[in-house]
Design a protein around this ligand. Structure first.
Ligand SMILES: [Zn+2]
Length: 282
């Protein structure tokens, strides 16, 4: 299968079913037919090495691909050297945890800086990444670093900026394309298959890391992620059809708060339906 689906973190039903640790997530999502999971270190890295290894083992046993979302505090575009230094530490710590957990991708948001020109932010981010790779190549090992497209206009990380960052070391970086974010910062201009295809053509990557959910937004960008099929965009069928038509290989992570596994399953089921249709028409 070109596409695998999974949640970012554990959904509410996981905890309501009596599970307390992510060690049990692998079996939980396997039962749903999902093959990916993104571990959220978004609000900090508070996991013992021992638990990290247990989680890694459980996911490997179920053959689920594990990615890690690095902390939101990372800001490699900041003019403040202290923040940049901390960002480097968070990335290194994420990589170390990634190794313990058998994760193969680290997702991070490049960051923002008020009142500075985007070009300055981008140059600073690229300089950081070059340095980071040169100094930490051994820790990186085979793990891919995946900068994510921004959800707020003020942050750096539109598609062109993410592409520029990824080109620093094409073997190490892989774009994370968050379609909810793209939809939000473009004021909802992501409505049909062609809109998605234009993005895939511009990216020109055979394989991608993708975040998909539906989202509420205002003129500054994202407000909050929403459950699938609750009246928000971007549209599911246009997204999946474009992935199928363009033969994109991707791991699709759903970030809906509370129902992320259920929603990943909705995407998977719809993907299989559309692919079936596509196969028949060929
Ligand atoms: Zn993110």
């Amino acid at each position: 299968m070109n596409l695998i689906f999974g949640p970012a973190g554990n959904e509410e039903l996981f905890y309501n079913s009596g599970f307390k640790s992510t060690v049990y997530s692998a079996k939980y999502i396997t039962k749903m037919g999902l093959f990916a999971f993104e571990y959220p270190f978004t609000h900090g890295i508070r996991l013992s090495d021992e638990t990290a290894m247990k989680i890694g083992e459980a996911f490997s046993q179920e053959r689920i691909r594990l990615s890690i979302h690095a902390p939101y505090y990372i800001n490699i575009a900041s003019p403040n050297p202290e923040i940049v230094e901390k960002s480097e530490k968070y990335l290194i710590r994420s990589l170390q945890m990634g190794k313990l957990m058998n994760a193969d991708r680290i997702i991070f948001h490049p960051g923002s800086s008020k009142k500075e020109d985007r070009k300055v932010l981008l140059d600073r981010s690229i300089a950081f990444l070059k340095n980071f790779i040169d100094n930490n190549i051994e820790i990186i090992g085979g793990i891919k670093l995946c900068p994510e497209t921004h959800g707020k206009k003020i942050s750096i990380g539109d598609i062109d900026e993410i592409l520029r960052m990824c080109k620093v070391y094409p073997d190490i970086f892989l774009p994370t394309i968050d379609f909810a974010h793209i939809y939000a910062v473009n004021g909802g201009q992501l409505n049909n298959e062609d809109d998605f295809t234009r993005i895939f053509e511009k990216l020109n990557y055979k394989e991608l890391h993708i975040h998909f959910s539906q989202i509420e937004f205002n003129d500054k960008g994202e407000i909050r992620h929403r459950s699938l099929n609750s009246g928000f965009g971007p549209p599911i069928d246009a997204f999946l059809s474009s992935l199928i038509t363009n033969h994109i290989k991707a791991r699709v992570i759903v970030e809906t708060p509370g129902t992320q596994s259920k929603d990943a399953k909705i995407l998977l089921d719809r993907y299989l339906e559309l692919e079936g249709k596509n196969g028949k028409s060929l």
